[in-house]
Ligand binder design. Structure first.
Ligand code: TRP
Length: 346
């Protein structure tokens, strides 16, 4: 049924959508990854008729992490996380970026279509340059690799390779989606309409706050891990920064990290009750305990499955190989047609 939103008619509600999202394999999955990327992606994959691609962005990991053991460990943990939280490898295509060589080939083709000026404006790159300038360095590009600079092009290749129409990501990734569209448009303008323009899907709760109130992110070191032991989950939650208000004093829910994380896991009724407890002056210790119980209740079973999978790397590997086979059945012929379009064919 067509609907109208902000003057734009949306009529693609019944057409099949291709969801695709990736998770960079650095670090151990945390609550922010789960709420912002994993959970909405898995939910979307359960809608009949949609097609879903989920992958481990392990080449992206090399940009930030040059420690082989950490990359290996994280690939394993993240694969186990997606499988433990309900991803069905029969229903979706679940693979590692590095198992699909066509993505790297497409990256080069797109690199030759991407304006350098476009990439100069990427937030991550600009932030690094700014950090150099602020530290008084003579070279604004000090320590910045071409990997970091090209990051949005590799991400574009991930997306365009599988003709994704919907890409669920956190708010911080919206610019990358704009770039993917921009690069695809340029390609299509030049070589013909071969690439599909993706749309970004930003979950309401895509950016969860961390222990210190900033965005929960491994780069800030303020994360609460998803599948540590129950004890560590509780300890993590108890470390969330709160103000010095005493029990009995009514508390604000706005901009409160404990409340925000609670809301991300709760039903609307639970959230309402929690808000009432805030108004009644619940103490921070009690609020955190309630938060712990809510999250732990939802994660306990998945945590068990996660531990099983971590103990059986061969099982995970077989699933990923199967996923790569499914993915390459699409990427091989598609890349062939893209190579032909640019004038490279045998
Ligand atoms: N850059 C994304 C992140 O850090 C991960 C990612 C890589 C991705 N390739 C992607 C997400 C393609 C969506 C689509 O969160």
């Amino acid at each position: 049924m067509p609907s109208s939103e902000g003057g734009v008619t949306i009529s693609n509600m019944s057409t099949k959508q291709t969801y695709l999202t990736g998770i960079t394999t650095t670090g151990t999955p945390h609550l922010g990854n789960y709420v912002g990327a994993i959970r909405p992606a898995i939910q979307a994959s359960e809608v009949p008729g949609n097609e879903s691609f989920f992958f481990l962005a392990d080449y992206h990991a090399l940009i930030k992490c040059q420690e082989p053991d950490l990359v290996r460990q994280s690939r394993q943990e993240i694969a186990a996380t997606w499988l433990a939280t309900g991803l069905d490898p029969e229903k979706v295509t679940f693979y590692r970026q590095s198992d699909i060589p066509e993505i790297m080939e497409l990256t080069w083709i797109l690199t030759c279509m991407a304006a350098k000026g476009l990439l100069n404006r990427a937030h991550a790159y600009k932030a690094s340059v700014q950090a150099n300038e602020e530290s008084g360095s003579a070279d604004p590009d000090k320590g910045i690799t071409m990997g970091l600079f090209n990051y949005p092009v590799l991400m574009s290749a991930d997306i365009l390779m599988f003709k994704a129409t919907k890409v669920p990501v956190g708010k911080d990734q919206v610019q990358h989606l704009e770039m993917a569209r921009d690069i695809a448009q340029r390609f299509n303008h030049h070589y013909g309409e071969l690439l599909v323009l993706p749309e970004v899907v930003v979950s309401e709760q895509a950016v969860l706050s961390g222990l210190d109130g900033r965005k929960m992110s491994k780069s800030y070191g303020n994360t609460i891990p998803l599948f540590e032991t129950e004890k560590k989950l509780r300890k993590g939650i108890m470390k969330i920064k709160t103000n010095s208000q005493e029990p009995g004093e009514p508390k604000e829910t706005a901009d409160n990290t404990v409340f925000e994380i609670y809301k991300a896991f709760a039903t609307p009724e639970q959230t309402e009750a929690f808000a009432a407890a805030y108004a009644d002056g619940i103490g921070w210790g009690d609020a955190k305990q309630q938060l712990f119980e809510l999250i732990n209740g939802q994660l306990a079973q998945a945590r068990e499955r996660y531990n099983e999978l971590m103990a059986k790397p061969d099982e995970v590997e077989a699933i990923l190989q199967h996923g790569a086979e499914k993915a390459r059945a699409l990427s091989v012929p598609y890349l062939k047609s893209l190579r032909e379009a640019v004038g490279i064919s045998s």
